[in-house]
Design a binder for this molecule. Structure first.
Ligand SMILES: [Zn+2]
Length: 192
């Protein structure tokens, strides 16, 4: 690990540790100025919004899901709807931590693009069905708990998306270039 230069800092100067605390340290060279000025600075009043496009149903949603320090219940309900199990129609609350993770990924990349969702919530029945067709689907998938989403972001390479998700260490991150999506969840931090 590189040692920090020993120098005195004047009052008000942000140290490396301060920057890390506030998540404002430039990461990997792909952090844009908007990300620093807006969504990643906790001292500024702001709203958190997300945009989704469900690739299976064609539904679109752009919504402010967090405002004035609180989650917006109506927006959460709309998100639960668009991320439902499209095969069975079953709805389960999507973990708000997952929404914050998606928002942070967006901020880190500096994108305002719409998230193209391949898979959000999955009912146990759908997960079992997918497991029959694909051995790579986990029996205890976090999709069943509303804690995982598979998605891509047009205009952003999967590689960049994957890199941003890994950097944030918000949970599990899976890279599926052959299928054209990245999986993120708010379970244990792990990568595949
Ligand atoms: Zn997944």
């Amino acid at each position: 690990m590189r040692s920090e230069p020993k120098r005195k800092l004047s009052a008000g100067t942000l140290t490396r540790r301060d920057l890390l605390k506030t998540g404002m340290l430039a990461l990997g060279g792909f952090l844009c100025p908007q990300a620093l000025m807006g969504s990643m600075c906790p001292t500024l009043p702001y709203e958190k919004s997300l945009s989704f496009y469900n690739l299976h149903t064609g539904e679109k949603l752009k919504t402010v899901y967090w405002s004035d320090g609180m989650y917006v219940l109506e927006a959460l309900s709309d998100i639960n709807q668009i991320l439902r199990d499209f095969r069975t129609g079953d709805i389960k609350p999507i973990d708000t931590g997952l929404l914050d993770l998606l928002h942070s990924i967006h901020g880190l990349i500096g994108s305002r693009g719409i998230l193209h969702v391949v898979s959000g919530y999955r009912s146990p029945e759908t997960n079992a069905l997918l497991r029959e067709n694909d051995g790579g689907v986990a029996a205890k998938s976090l999709h069943i708990e509303g804690k995982a989403v598979d998605f891509r972001l047009p205009g952003c390479s999967l590689k960049t998306l994957h890199k941003a998700a890994v950097r944030l260490q918000g949970g599990g991150v899976g890279y599926y270039p052959a299928l054209g999506f990245v999986h993120v969840d708010v379970g244990r931090v792990r990568y595949w």
